[in-house]
Design a protein around this ligand. Structure first.
Ligand SMILES: Cc1cc2nc3c(=O)[nH]c(=O)nc-3n(C[C@H](O)[C@H](O)[C@H](O)COP(=O)(O)OP(=O)(O)OC[C@H]3O[C@@H](n4cnc5c(N)ncnc54)[C@H](O)[C@@H]3O)c2cc1C
Length: 457
């Protein structure tokens, strides 16, 4: 990248808004995907951005994008850098746009039940601002203390309360987006519309390839009057699964639902929120369903511990990241080498699990944890390898499991996006849909500057 572009960026943002030190550039060129976890895509993580900019307003973002377009320089949005698929990896270099300075909660409106926030706002900060008004945010992922609103929309993340309120995309009422031309699009903040396609959805899960989100109006929920906890233990995963399926069929929607099989056995963690009568009725009827499927009521304690520990993984990740930034040796990570999050139709879920186990056994890979999180279709597996050095074979096994989910009518990833890691499998999942996305991309971003190389574009 030539120096004149950097000078022009400085004239837009001032000297402090443009970072060129290798340390800064490297820091903002990476997310949580490590080369080890990226398998065949690892070489793509070697490329660093050429410069990092820190805009403070939508006008500054628009000016940066217009300049980049004129100079045909790639532009990539950086939220919290917690993505696990390498979606922000600047595979063609260019300008990394850190949204961290645009982190304000602009308005909490208890009457409209909304929060209007800049896209660089950290989810936990938005939740805290809402809490002061007796409200809360529907999206509450493990990474809430470190991920941003813009990143969560762009990956359509899933949080603990998704069974009751849906993923991040469902919390979005209105958006402000700087398009790849530098023009600004604003949608109106109402829950539904029938005048044309839903443009909020166009940017949901789009990994920043169609524009940079600068502002969002999000749905807010009232703080629950009651929060009740239950834990059920099952003899095997199948029994627990039948309980979850029946609860959904009945229309029960606990705020939190997590069926996990690990070294401690098979447990179903349930949390019920809302007005008192609703929470009590949901707990009562869910308990009946669980008992009818063989579940043993273990009381609330384990579910309370589960809830209280929900951000621990993110806190550990943040600590490791900060140590690495200070140049200290981060503590050893566990042996897990991948965590798959697929979705398959309910009628296939148990068969899918059995067939996956067979695949992983062939490759000497262990599956110490299986879970169903938030909906009966959403199935996660933690993987630990017999031999970490067999990277090629481990990657083949993972691809086989992901392709199996697709071949059984499902999808390869339900919450983390595609990034560089899964892009080789997107075409076989989307089919002609990928051509539609390509046509939209060509129309909105004719010069291909916005996060190039992602979503198969
Ligand atoms: C410890 C840990 C726990 C996690 N737990 C969960 C979980 O429970 N649920 C879940 O869904 N995910 C989880 N994740 C993954 C990650 O936190 C989510 O994908 C999160 O939504 C990414 O947000 P971010 O702000 O860090 O985005 P980034 O990683 O910065 O970016 C992700 C993508 O969004 C784009 N982007 C970022 N900001 C904007 C913007 N303003 N406009 C346009 N595009 C933008 C980037 O270019 C990139 O393509 C976890 C990750 C970690 C490390």
């Amino acid at each position: 990248m030539d120096d004149s572009l950097i000078e022009e960026l400085r004239s837009i943002l001032g000297p402090s808004g443009v970072l060129t030190e290798p340390r800064d550039v490297e820091r903002y060129s990476r997310d949580a995907l490590t080369p080890r976890g990226a398998f065949g895509a690892a070489p793509l993580l070697d490329r660093m951005a050429d410069v990092v900019v820190r805009p403070a307003s939508v006008e500054e973002v628009a000016s940066v994008v217009k300049l980049a377009r004129r100079r045909r320089a790639p532009v990539v949005a950086y939220g919290g850098g917690t993505g696990v698929m390498g979606a922000l990896a600047p595979v063609k270099g260019g300008v990394m746009v850190d949204m961290g300075a645009m982190n304000r909660v602009l308005e909490v409106n208890p009457r409209n039940m909304t929060a209007t926030v800049e896209s660089g706002a950290i989810l936990a900060d938005v939740a805290e601002a809402l809490e002061r008004a007796g409200l809360m945010l529907g999206h509450d992922p493990w990474s809430a203390p470190i991920a941003t609103v813009g990143g969560a929309i762009s990956t359509n993340g899933v949080g603990y309360r998704a069974s009751a309120v849906g993923p991040m995309g469902s919390q979005v009422l209105g958006l402000e987006v700087v398009l790849p031309t530098g023009d600004v699009l604003r949608t109106r903040s109402v829950p539904k519309g029938s005048a044309g396609p839903d443009l909020n959805r166009l940017f949901t899960g789009s990994e920043g390839v169609l524009g940079i989100i600068t502002k969002a109006t999000l749905r807010a929920l009232r703080q629950p009057e009651e929060r009740l906890f239950s834990t059920f233990r099952f003899q095997d995963f199948e029994e627990g699964y039948e309980a979850v399926v029946e609860m959904f069929a009945l229309g029960l929607r606990p705020a939190v639902i997590d069926l996990t099989e690990d070294a401690e056995g098979v447990h179903l963690y349930l949390i019920f929120e809302g007005y008192k009568e609703l929470a009590a009725a949901q707990r009562e009827r869910s308990g009946q369903v669980c008992r009818s499927k063989g579940g043993r009521d273990m009381g609330p304690t384990k579910a309370i511990l589960y809830w209280d520990a929900r951000y621990h993984v993110a806190e550990g990740y943040q600590e490791r990241r900060q140590k690495a930034l200070r140049g200290e040796k981060p503590p050893q990570q566990g042996r897990a080498f991948d965590y798959l999050h697929v979705a398959v139709p309910v009628e296939k879920a148990l068969e899918y699990r059995r067939r996956c186990e067979a695949i992983f056994k062939t490759y000497d890979i262990r599956t110490p944890e299986f879970s169903i999180w938030t909906e009966p279709e959403l199935f996660s597996m933690l993987l630990t390898p017999g031999d970490l050095t067999k990277e090629g074979e481990n990657a083949i096994a993972v691809d086989k499991a992901l392709k199996l989910a697709q071949d059984m009518g499902g999808i390869m990833e339900y919450c983390h996006g595609v990034g560089v890691k899964l892009s080789h499998l997107l075409g076989r999942e989307m089919g002609a849909g990928l051509e539609v996305v390509r046509a939209i991309k060509r129309a909105l971003d004719p010069d291909g500057i916005m996060n190039p190389g992602k979503l198969g574009l």
